[in-house]
Design a protein around this ligand. Structure first.
Ligand code: CMP
Length: 138
């Protein structure tokens, strides 16, 4: 699974009509879209997706925010996908994101930071499985 990662375009970026702009940066970054859907997380599902952050002070806000509107989920393919995608999206805090990154261009705040990217091969697998069946991957 070292050549796959998982991403979500978050509610603020979907609301602001950035699906196309962000997906273009992803494709131009050398990633192929293996699976893609627009959907909305219930608070329960958002809570489960971000369960690893349950003890963090920002957890409740994060769950509310991530269930506040539709998101776009994708599985992406590229050599060294997890690390290369984290480089493409930039730092979690957009104030620290480098020029040319997705968050530099589209993120508004640490929470509303436009996109999610998996932090390990193991989590890429878990997160992709959270949204997609085998018959939705090509
Ligand atoms: P993401 O990469 O999806 O993983 C966890 C998310 O929690 C992160 O992006 C942010 O949206 C959010 N997050 C991380 N740190 C903070 C923070 N200090 N305050 C608020 N939200 C945060």
């Amino acid at each position: 699974a070292a050549n796959k990662t998982f991403t979500m375009i978050k509610p603020d970026a979907v609301q602001d009509n950035y699906i196309g702009g962000i997906t273009q940066m992803i494709e131009e970054g050398g990633f192929r879209v293996v699976a893609l859907k627009k959907t909305r997380l219930t608070p329960e599902r958002a809570g489960k997706f971000y369960e690893v952050h349950k003890e963090r002070p920002f957890y409740n806000d994060l769950v509310n925010y991530m269930s506040s509107g539709p998101i776009v989920a994708m599985i992406l393919e590229k050599d060294n996908a997890v690390a290369d995608f984290r480089k493409l999206i930039g730092a979690t805090n957009p104030a620290q994101a480098e020029e040319g990154t997705i968050r530099k261009k589209y993120a508004k705040s640490v929470e509303a930071n436009a996109v999610h990217g998996s932090d390990s091969d193991e989590n890429a697998q878990i997160e992709g499985d959270f949204f997609f069946g085998e018959d939705e991957r090509f």
